[in-house]
Design a protein around this ligand. Sequence first.
Ligand SMILES: [Fe+2]
Length: 185
Amino acid sequence: MTGRCESIASRTASSRNSGEYLLALPNFPLVSLQDHRIGSLSGNLGAPQVAAASLHDIGYAPALAHTGFHPLDGARWLQDQGVEERLVCLVAHHTAALVEAQRRGLRAELEEFCFEDSEVTDALWYADLTSSPIGEAVDVDTRLGEILVRYGPGTVVFDSITQARPGLEAAVRRVEGRLAALNRR
Ligand SMILES: [Fe+2]
């Protein structure tokens, strides 16, 4: 993380500005449920993670789709609303968004937002990767398999997920390890 990003990540996050947007997401309740399942992992997980899990796909909303790349569109819109910067950055970089941004020619635009290399990021990605599009709890293979079938070979999403897969699976394994350690206590 750069100095600026470290400073953002270390701030106490506030969900003060995010509550009104939560219901904009069809899968909010169940993605949020996944989030709460891992919410006890450490003292670092709290409001920013819960809010980011709830808001991460808000860029899919047609009214917000300016570039057509939902992590960037969502982050820019949240930024415009004055949402806390750490949360905006978590949304921008959710679930290896940088890989797809590169393929879409939007890497520089996404990198205007800080990437937070932390347990909070892992937990957000885990929540996304273990929730189906309708919010059911699924394993990461099922989740990624569904995305690959839905978009199909030759699409930007298919190629991006394929490229990002090792990193996505590693994030899930790290969270599963933390959960297992927690359960052994
Ligand atoms: Fe997403």
